[in-house]
Design a binder for this molecule. Structure first.
Ligand code: ADP
Ligand code: MG
Length: 908
């Protein structure tokens, strides 16, 4: 157990003797024993004992101690004013944080100040803007499992973004399908129900232990029905009910107890909580639960997401913008940024839905002025989703309300721009853009134009909004005016020209008279303070006025806070309308962004073909959207696939462009299904259901598992799950093993994909014999990249052409790179042998080579033994394998692995 978590042992031992405050700390630690408890003491959040030692080290803050009659306890504190950055560090170190605030004013109680956990901060349930990336969702997930007699168990995944209220659920009987959905949404945190497969979660997802009882079918159903009418009709299975219900309980738990209120504003916490309907920790802004079937969207598993560079650069040191989203994201608002990411995560399948987006993108692409004006307007759109979340959680301040007002102020202009829209999608957006005139009017009438952040100190509510408030303010102002005038009238009355009226926080208002004039001070002056050169006086009337002013101001502040809370609650009641507006603005921003990228980078509208059994994938002049942005020039290439032309074997030397070409084809398909224009001069595409990509084992041996195993595992998935509606990219698979094995496997896979699976397949390989196989398979064909050899130089044209490459050129590249001639010569010899051998092995009959027993190709009598320096013989199988080694295509690590294996063979 981490000593930073749970009740400190040395306090637990003498729980009953502890001072009331320390007992409170102890008990909160016991109740929130999976989190570091930050315990408010005045202006600081303190931690004690183990937690203090840990936070002091992690946050580089001073470790002090607190001593009382029961002992001395290590203590470390962070200032509340900039707690957020410290909390962020604790989260990064893998901790959850429970914030225990003082929930009553120190002056209000005779005993110890009451404290309560007002929120638990965890990576998946953040709502603090400072801790969240604005342009992406932050999900917490729940996984549930429902045992089903006689059938496969149902697995469900629920996802919730606590900051925006986005709430999704899905289920499947397939572990892989759930794993794919998890990688799509990349939750930061998850709670896992009984027997649910936690291993589908990625490594960087924090698994939070949580009450398994929350996953109970009945309890979960009840929890759900407190949010949604008839949740059973909304969801597809019991497993989904369990996952959603448990997730809601968890979200309420982290929201903290019934003492929610403004931090540092303990005064009205109880009142606030009571006003919060039900007085519990309900999340009022959770108004939508979207149940979806993974099969409604183009499936992209974790490998495809990564290799197609959707969100993360492929290169370790890659620049952030070197991703698909980096290229396409021209959104103006955080709302639009998140919407665009959601679209990229979940490309569509239905041609009608795709066309609807494409129509809008096309219209916005050609209407340059409208597009630019919309972009400008959308820039002043504030993050409405998180804003309404804060308003609903009663955490919004007056600046937040001002931001809402400013956003509402641009909506009519946005609507105006769409008034003449042609396409359905934009017309619908026009109609959906509810300007919320009533809310806007309320905000304009009620909220001051430039309010402070503090909501309890006045200056929030606009003049003229509330008669009582105005009256109080008038009283205060009149009093102040009287005091302002006092200096002049008193100077006149007393004849003391230098007399001053001033104010300080200790004595309030006073009249100051310098020593030489003290004789002229009238009788009604009462001495308050003697300074070196002067004395300060008050008069009964001045005190009276002062009390009046102070009283009025205090009451005005209170009245303002009251009014502010009312306004905030009135707006919270409109949560669904605000969310509807947010959705429309987000969609519009994402469409404008796609249009902007299309215009900027010269993309074309893809033609979407119905999915009526036949398939089309035709690209003219296609480009790789990310690579073309990162280098000076890019050579466009065509692609043409159809039902009877569905498997391409692509050969060509290293660096000629094979991987780039394959990925660009997949990215163009993906973009088309997102509803985006594509980097090509023309494209005709039938939507695909899934994109699989597999990249042969690279030098990544750090993962622990043999790369070959990983590769085979991934391949097995494809062969099992792909069908004729899939797009499969295989990039140099079969590299993780000896060439003979690799060749055999590659061949068997090709045949299977062609004969059984029927997927649209692009297979880049260094196994040249595969090209011959392609000639034999009816729906397979070959493509290659040629390079030109110009004296010492190898020139890459990056141009794809029909047919097979003539050679690998690896050796030539080596020459050009200055590898000694003798080595190059020897490589040529080896290569020639290897070529012959590979041909032999492909000729071995229709079954293809037996991959299980991995027979090493033999060379007949002449190879049965080769003299070595120490006089020993190299066995024939080792010699054969050595010959078969394709040096030109081995990476250094592979070469080492290979050497090691051969050495072991020799030793056997
Ligand atoms: P291969 O997979 O054949 O080894 P890559 O696809 O990795 O080759 O391409 C190597 C490099 O060549 C890329 O990083 C890119 O810089 C460049 N390249 C590839 N295709 C093109 C192209 N069509 N136009 C311009 N440069 C390209
Ligand atoms: Mg490659």
């Amino acid at each position: 157990m981490d000593p930073a978590l749970g009740p400190p042992e040395r306090m637990a031992e003498k729980r009953d003797e502890l001072t009331p405050m320390m007992a409170q700390y102890h008990d909160l630690c016991a109740r929130y024993d999976d989190a570091i408890v930050l315990f408010q003491v005045g202006d600081f959040y303190e931690t004690f004992c183990g937690a203090a030692e840990r936070t002091a080290r992690l946050l580089e803050i001073a470790l002090t101690s607190r001593e009382d009659s029961t002992g001395e306890y290590p203590m470390a504190g962070i200032p509340i004013d900039n707690a957020e950055s410290y909390i962020e560090e604790l989260l990064e170190a893998g901790y959850r944080v429970a914030v225990a605030d003082q929930v009553e004013e120190p002056g209000e109680t005779s005993g110890v100040v009451e404290r309560a956990v007002t929120r638990v901060i965890t990576p998946g349930t953040l709502t603090e803007d400072e801790l969240l990336a604005s342009d992406d969702n932050n999900f917490v997930a729940a996984l549930a499992r429902e045992r089903t007699a006689g059938a496969d168990d149902e697995l469900a995944l629920a996802l919730l973004d606590v900051s925006t209220g986005d709430f999704l659920a899905t289920s499947s009987t397939s572990r892989e399908a759930i794993a794919d959905e998890v990688s799509r949404f990349a939750p930061a945190e998850a709670v896992v129900g009984p027997a649910a497969p936690a291993d589908v979660l990625p490594e960087n997802c924090m698994v939070t232990p949580y009450d398994e009882g929350a996953f109970d079918r009945e309890g979960a159903g009840e929890k759900l029905s407190t949010y949604f009418r008839n949740p059973d009709a909304l969801l597809a299975s019991d497993a989904e009910v369990r996952a959603c219900g448990a997730l809601l309980s968890y979200a309420e738990y982290v929201r903290g107890g019934a003492h929610e209120g403004e931090r540092g504003d303990a005064r009205d916490a109880d009142e606030d909580a009571a006003a919060n309907s039900g007085g519990d920790s309900r999340l009022e802004y959770l108004t939508h639960l979207t149940r979806y079937d993974p099969r409604e969207y183009l499936l992209l598993d974790a490998v495809a997401l990564r290799s197609l560079e959707l969100f993360e650069p492929r290169a370790v040191h890659g620049r952030d913008e070197a991703t698909l989203v980096g290229v396409l994201d021209e959104t103006a608002s955080a709302l639009g940024g998140r919407k665009l990411r959601d679209w990229l995560r979940r490309p569509l399948l239905e041609p009608d839905r795709i066309e609807a987006r494409l129509d809008a993108v096309e219209e916005l692409t050609s209407a340059v002025q409208t597009r630019e004006r919309l972009h400008d307007l959308l820039r002043s759109v504030y993050d409405l989703e998180r804003l309404i979340g804060r308003i609903s959680r009663e955490r919004a301040n007056a600046r937040d309300l001002r931001s809402l007002r400013d956003t509402l102020a641009v909506v009519p202009d946005v609507r105006e721009e769409l008034a003449d829209a042609d396409c359905d999608r934009l017309q619908r957006l026009h109609d959906d853009l509810d300007p919320l005139t009533d809310v806007r009017k309320l905000l304009e009438d009620a909220i001051d134009s430039d309010p402070p952040i503090e909501i309890t100190e006045g200056d929030i509510i606009a003049e003229g909004y509330d008669e009582d408030l105005d009256e109080l303010r008038r009283t205060a102002r009149a009093g102040k005016q009287w005091i302002d005038d006092l200096e002049e009238s008193e100077a006149e009355r007393t004849g003391i020209g230098s007399l001053k009226v001033d104010y300080n926080s200790v004595h309030g208002y006073y009249i100051e008279v310098t020593n030489p004039n003290l004789d002229s001070v009238p009788d009604d002056y009462q001495r308050r303070q003697t300074l070196k050169n002067s004395e300060r006086f008050v008069t009964p009337e001045l005190k009276e006025r002062e009390d009046e002013i102070v009283g009025a101001e205090e009451r005005a502040d209170e009245r303002e806070y009251e009014l502010f809370c009312d306004v905030r609650r009135d707006i919270a009641a409109e949560v669904e309308r605000v969310q509807g507006l947010a959705e429309a603005l987000a969609t519009l921003d994402a469409l404008v962004s796609l249009a902007t990228a299309a215009a900027q980078y010269d993309y074309c509208r893809p033609e979407i073909r119905e999915r009526d059994g036949s398939r089309t994938l035709e690209i003219e002049g296609g480009r790789h959207p990310v690579v073309e942005r990162t280098q000076e020039s890019f050579v466009p290439n065509d692609a043409r696939f159809a039902s009877d032309r569905r498997l391409a074997v692509i050969t060509g030397p290293n660096m000629s462009g094979k991987s780039t070409y394959m990925r660009q084809v997949a990215q163009i398909v993906l973009l088309a299904q997102v509803g985006s224009f594509v980097p090509a001069s023309a494209a005709r595409i039938t939507p695909v259901d899934r994109i699989f990509t597999r990249v042969g084992a690279s030098d990544d041996i750090a993962g622990g598992r043999s790369t070959f195993m990983v590769e085979m595992d991934e391949l097995a998935t494809i062969l099992r799950e792909a069908d004729e509606r899939s797009l499969v990219l295989l990039d140099e698979v079969g590299r993780g093993t000896s060439t003979a094995d690799g060749m055999a496997i590659a061949q068997a896979i090709t045949e299977h994909l062609h004969d059984e699976v029927g997927a649209t397949t692009l297979f880049a390989t260094h196994h040249h014999p595969l090209t011959e196989l392609a000639d034999e398979l009816a729906a397979a064909f070959t493509l290659h990249f040629e390079v030109e050899q110009d004296d010492d130089e190898v020139v890459f044209h990056h141009e794809i052409a029909p047919g097979a490459a003539t050679g690998s050129y690896g050796v030539e590249v080596a020459t050009a790179a200055g590898v000694p001639e003798s080595v190059v010569e020897r490589s040529r010899e080896l290569l020639a042998d290897a070529g012959e051998e590979a041909l032999e092995s492909t000729g071995e009959g229709d079954q293809g080579p037996d991959t299980d027993s991995s027979p090493a190709p033999t060379h007949g009598a002449e190879t049965t033994g080769t003299a070595t320096a120490d006089g020993g013989d190299i066995p024939a199988d080792v010699a054969a394998e050595l010959r078969a080694l394709d040096l030109a295509h081995l990476t250094p690590v592979e070469a080492l692995t290979e050497l090691d294996r051969l050495k072991q063979l020799l030793e056997e």
